[in-house]
Design a protein around this ligand. Structure first.
Ligand SMILES: NC(=O)c1ccc[n+]([C@@H]2O[C@H](COP(=O)([O-])OP(=O)(O)OC[C@H]3O[C@@H](n4cnc5c(N)ncnc54)[C@H](OP(=O)(O)O)[C@@H]3O)[C@@H](O)[C@H]2O)c1
Length: 262
């Protein structure tokens, strides 16, 4: 299947790690020209080396996307180096988890900065150009936690819920300009961050990492966590010409935990 991504310029926020890095590899394999943005230069260098080892070159840009001006600057710099961005994949940032008793107004605000505004700032910066060119696709990696009111993930869940509405709303607003906006809601996906969480839980409970992982996998009909590459494959499809009539969609990828996306 030709995804028609060859030569397209693709910006992946959070592309230095986890799902974003898997997306960078996947789009590069399709012949796209990739730019990745994250805060830490060492993470960017490691990602660049990993892509280089696979035979791909990548443009890297260090920016904290919580800052709207830094996001605008990142997009301008990428467009100066590579050309107009055809695809934006948002995968930067994640909100901290809090026990309900530890919640403060600052914790809620931090979650919005860490997860909601990182995505909003990147979309705002690319959308103007996409609207002028009447062409573009955006894929937001959001999170199933936006549909489940987990008491230990309320600020992050709220940011995810807001992003779902924004994705659908922007799809509606800009569809007539040829711009598609779609979202993916991954369930637990085995990135380094989730591996770190498993290690911390194992240390806290005295159980093995394997036992903690099995506990997480319990109740997932597919019987395992997602792999970052599986989320990347869905992002590829949604960004591609093969999804030319798909916009405002939310793809739940939780191994069947919430049938019908409920
Ligand atoms: N893994 C899961 O189980 C899961 C499930 C549902 C949803 N998600 C969502 O999917 C996205 C990716 O998750 P992941 O597990 O792949 O995370 P990850 O491995 O922690 O990677 C996050 C990436 O975002 C970058 N980043 C974080 N904050 C940033 C900021 N303020 N500005 C710019 N870059 C920033 C990080 O690099 P730097 O540290 O260098 O900035 C890194 O490249 C997140 O939004 C997460 O909420 C993940």
């Amino acid at each position: 299947m030709d995804l028609e991504l060859d030569g397209k310029i693709v910006l992946i926020t959070g592309g230095s790690k986890g799902i974003g890095l898997a997306c960078a590899h996947a789009f590069a394999r399709e012949g796209a020209r990739i730019a990745i943005v994250s805060r830490n230069r060492e993470n960017l260098s490691a990602a660049s080396a990993s892509l280089g080892k696979a035979g791909f070159t990548v443009h890297t840009h260090a920016a904290d996307l919580r800052d709207a001006i830094a996001a605008q600057d990142a997009v301008s710099t990428v467009e100066q180096h590579l050309g107009p961005i055809a695809v934006l994949v948002n995968s930067a940032g994640a909100a901290k988890r809090y026990a309900p008793a530890a919640l403060t107004p600052d914790a809620w605000r931090d979650a919005m900065d860490a997860k909601y505004f990182t995505y909003i700032n990147a979309m705002d910066a690319v959308l103007k150009g996409m609207v002028d060119r009447c062409e573009g696709a955006i894929v937001n990696i959001i999170g199933a936690g936006g549909r489940v009111a987990s008491p230990v993930h309320l600020p992050g869940g709220a940011a995810n819920a807001a992003l779902m509405l924004v994705s659908a709303g922007l799809a509606n607003a800009w569809g007539s300009k040829g711009i598609r906006v779609n979202a993916i809601n991954p369930g637990a996906t085995l990135t380094d961050r989730v591996q770190g969480r498993l290690e911390a839980e194992a240390a806290r409970t005295g159980e093995s990492i394997e036992a903690r992982r099995r506990a997480m996998e319990d109740g997932i009909p597919l019987g395992r966590l997602a792999r970052p590459e599986e989320i990347a494959d869905a992002a590829l499809y949604l960004a591609s010409a093969r999804a030319s009539y798909v916009t405002g969609a939310l793809l739940t990828m939780d191994g069947g935990v919430h049938p019908l996306g409920s």
